[in-house]
Design a protein around this ligand. Structure first.
Ligand code: HEM
Length: 373
């Protein structure tokens, strides 16, 4: 992650890509990826006689990777998927290596994991360079995020990064920020809807009342209040990005604690989200109704609700994330009903984001809209 002048430049460049009017133009990509997911589930159900156990996480990861590859790399999205596959392996290798970061110098040792990290970094750089070359030869009216990054690389603040570093680092940031977060957020929403069938029924009814069984458009998404409440409550109970980091820019005092310049402070979002003084005695209970009057109605100090962080460094992609979640959950709920499989083992695990260690097996059936009208 960058800081100072370079961060300001990158933030300005990326922020405008995720304003709501831009995200609106991404809706067709999101719907296409959600349809691919539901078609894959339909195929499994057909082969298994109408009811099947589906490990949903890999489907949701494909959904999320496909969207971010297309949004970021446009026509070169297949190569983008390859970049993201390598980045996913890099993420695993980095989380393995970070178990040992408390021992100084270990990241420079020629260990198996460090060599793997180096190999993956080289592979990612050469793939991205290849895509950039391709982009430079393409029609620039077909704008995607990579175009903006390439454009942004022509005005990097002096002595902060080379053009190559700038492009590669921004592609990596988008991947790490966008891919796994959205996939695990959707996974936890499905888990909570599976174990709270009353909410599954209620949200499905709302979706069908608004859409009449058609693919939801942008205005319809805005009317899905109960679905929004379920997503907000899921992000409260299980925030996918549970740690927010800030570095002290100068010596400071936080109540009676002296903090020296350069100290990195870790804010544990789930502790804020589970605090009974802020949320009431049912702080650890799934209760989407608490969001019936928005975030300020749910929490004593609304800025303590921070699934997307806070302040000037908050998540630039939150509009995209919310639209992705609403579209995929609407299509899944309209087309299927599901229960938690007895094979599920609850073991949230930290891999920069918090996801289920052993995937999420759901028992899925087709939902017959007409029969239930
Ligand atoms: C449910 C999904 C997501 C969650 C929970 C999430 C959460 C977060 C959090 C907690 C931060 C740190 C904020 C802070 O330090 O205050 C962050 C940063 C960021 N997110 Fe997201 N995010 C999600 C999806 C996305 C998507 C789809 C994108 C699209 C590209 C994205 C792009 C970013 C970027 C670029 C940053 C760094 C911002 C900066 O440093 O200025 N995120 N996100």
């Amino acid at each position: 992650m960058s800081s100072g002048e370079l961060w300001t430049h990158e933030r300005k460049m990326l922020q405008q890509e995720f304003f709501m009017h831009r995200v609106k133009k991404m809706a067709n990509i999101i719907i296409g990826s959600a349809n691919t997911l539901t078609e894959a589930w339909n195929k499994i159900l057909k082969n298994e006689g109408g009811k099947a156990e589906i490990m949903v996480q890999s489907h949701l990861r494909n959904f999320s990777a496909n969207i971010i590859s297309r949004v970021c790399f446009g026509d070169s999205y297949r190569k983008g998927e390859e970049v993201f596959l390598n980045l996913s392996q890099l993420q695993t290798a980095i989380s393995k290596a970070s178990l040992f970061t408390s021992i100084p110098g270990t990241r420079y040792l020629p260990s198996k994991t460090n060599r793997e990290i180096q190999r993956l970094n080289q592979e990612i750089c050469s793939l991205i360079k290849n895509i950039v070359q391709e982009h430079k030869q393409q029609d620039s009216s077909n704008r995607d995020i990579l175009y903006s990054i390439i454009e942004g690389s022509t005005s990097i603040p002096e002595q902060t990064a080379s053009v190559e570093e700038f492009i590669i680092d921004n592609c990596k940031t988008i991947y790490f920020a966008a891919f796994e977060t959205t996939a695990v957020a959707t996974t936890w929403c499905l888990l909570l809807l599976a174990v709270h069938p009353e909410w599954q029924d209620c949200v499905r009814k709302e979706i069908l009342d608004v859409t009449h069984g058609a693919t939801p458009d942008f205005d319809m998404l805005r009317q899905l209040k109960k679905l929004t409440m379920v997503i907000q409550e899921t992000l409260r109970l299980i925030p996918p990005a549970p740690l927010i980091l800030r570095e002290a820019m100068h010596d400071m005092k936080l109540q009676h604690i002296h903090i020296s310049k350069g100290t990195v402070i870790q804010i544990t979002v789930s502790m804020l989200h589970h605090n009974v003084d802020l949320w009431g005695p049912d702080a650890v209970v799934f209760n989407p109704n608490r969001f019936a009057n928005g975030i300020s109605g749910a929490c004593k100090y609304p800025h303590m609700y921070a699934p997307f962080g806070f302040g000037p460094r908050n998540c630039v992609g939150q509009n995209l994330a919310m639209v992705e979640l609403k579209i995929v959950l609407s299509l899944v709920l309209m087309r299927f009903s599901f229960d938690l499989s007895p094979n599920y083992v609850h073991s949230p695990s930290y891999r920069l984001t918090v996801g289920p260690e052993h995937d999420l097996p759901l028992i899925v059936k087709k939902y017959d809209v007409l029969a239930n009208m």
